[in-house]
Design a protein around this ligand. Structure first.
Ligand SMILES: C[S@@+](CC[C@H](N)C(=O)[O-])C[C@H]1O[C@@H](n2cnc3c(N)ncnc32)[C@H](O)[C@@H]1O
Length: 389
């Protein structure tokens, strides 16, 4: 048996869902954080879980040719970006492999279509939205450290849009007395006309923001969800909706109406469902401003709504949070016999779990495209279009 402090020598085989490198040593499976496929490493054991070993790099013996020098001074300590050690091309390839792995292992798909991960036009300075952790006692503002709840004090974050970087600098210059004593984190989001904070504090009023995406005008603020990387959204929306036709469409987990608005131009009648009251209000307002009277928004949990109202529609778009859709939601979609579904997901594992159920219910995957909304991290957005078989 290995002692917990023991160091192993391993060669990294590939990147797994969750972003860790896979290696083997002494018959055990080793997960190595911040690794590159082909690295020969001396790794330190952090923890064990049954036969699995979780480890971090103690020394790079032979670097992988896919490895680059991470440019961020906080890399390794900050829990934010876990792919900076990979070339951008390898990040995209690793994400395609992660999706394939989930489809194969979780959804039990045999003939997996080729998965293209569309690159982000910007692989740095792309983030429109962030959550900054605040440790008032130690006077730190930044992100949680890797694997801990300690706050890593971050003065400069290379994935933030310049507007948010400037905001981070302004927040960091604020007198500590101005911070409400209970404030532990700040949600911040940018738009064309400024920056919004949740909660608002000191001189940082919450501003109502506006942004145009694919010709549609959206209002939102930091109290509602908004996608992190707007540059790929026109292509993503186009792909998600281009197989959509019929009379009625449902947009589940609709946020401020990113898909509800374009859907309202393609269908006679559209219903969006969203649990967050602020987001649902913005979605209604966005529809009203665009004079789309054929769409409405229900402020409810999707599962609760489906329990009371069986789905009847031609097209379903669902874009759930990381946890995926609840079982009752998938059952409701299957029972609806909608002709087509577009499933937008930020977690390939829960996507694969839900696809398995949709396929068991008679749906067939028509096509898949992924979008790199989150460069420098292992996260990826996947859109799967399905037809009723
Ligand atoms: C990934 S976001 C997608 C939002 C929107 N489709 C977009 O692209 O901007 C998921 C949304 O689901 C909402 N949500 C989370 N859990 C929910 C639930 N159980 N029922 C309804 N909405 C929920 C969140 O508030 C968030 O707005």
């Amino acid at each position: 048996m290995y002692a917990d402090s023991e160091v192993l020598e391993v060669e990294v085989e590939r990147i797994l869902p969750g972003g860790m490198g896979l290696a083997h040593a002494g018959g055990k499976t080793v997960f190595v954080s911040l690794a590159a496929p082909g690295d020969r490493l001396r790794v330190r054991i952090d923890r064990r879980q049954g036969d699995l070993i979780f480890a971090s790099i103690a020394e790079i013996l032979t670097p992988s040719p896919l490895r680059v020098e991470p440019p961020c001074p906080y890399f390794g300590r900050c829990g934010g970006c876990d792919f900076q050690q990979l070339t951008y091309e390898k990040q995209l390839a690793a994400k395609a492999e992660i999706i394939r792995d989930c489809f194969h292992r979780i959804a039990r798909l045999e003939n997996i279509p080729e998965i293209v991960v569309t690159p982000s036009p910007r692989d740095w300075h792309y983030r429109l939205r962030a959550t900054w952790q605040i440790d008032q006692e130690r006077r730190r503002i930044g992100y949680y450290e890797r694997g801990s709840r300690r706050v890593c004090d971050v003065a400069e974050c290379a994935v933030l849009m310049p507007q948010l970087q400037q905001t981070l600098e302004r927040v960091r210059m604020t007198e500590w007395q101005a911070f409400p004593p209970a404030l532990q984190h700040l949600d911040v989001v940018a738009g064309e006309n400024g920056v919004s904070f949740s909660p608002p504090f000191a001189q940082f009023e919450t501003t109502e923001l506006e942004l145009t995406i694919a010709g549609e005008r959206y209002s939102y603020d930091a109290s509602a969800f908004f996608q992190v990387n707007p540059s790929l959204l026109p292509a993503l929306i186009e792909f998600a909706l281009s197989n959509a036709n019929g009379e009625t469409a449902i947009d589940l987990y609709c946020g401020v109406g990113l898909f509800t608005l374009p859907l309202s131009r393609r269908f006679e009648s559209v219903i969006g469902v969203e649990a967050n009251p602020a987001a649902a209000q913005f979605a209604r307002r966005n529809l009203r401003s665009a004079q789309r009277e054929n769409a409405s928004v229900v402020n409810s949990g999707v599962a609760e709504w489906i329990r009371t109202k069986p789905l009847k529609c031609d097209f379903v778009l669902l874009d759930p949070p990381r946890a995926g859709a609840e079982s009752v939601v998938i059952k409701g979609i299957v029972d609806s016999r909608a002709n087509r579904i577009s499933y937008v997901s930020c977690d390939p594992a829960t996507l694969a779990r839900d696809l398995k159920k949709l396929m068991a219910g008679g749906y067939v995957i028509e096509s898949v495209i992924a979008y790199d909304l989150f460069p420098q991290t292992h996260h990826v957005e996947t859109v799967v279009r399905l037809n009723l078989g």
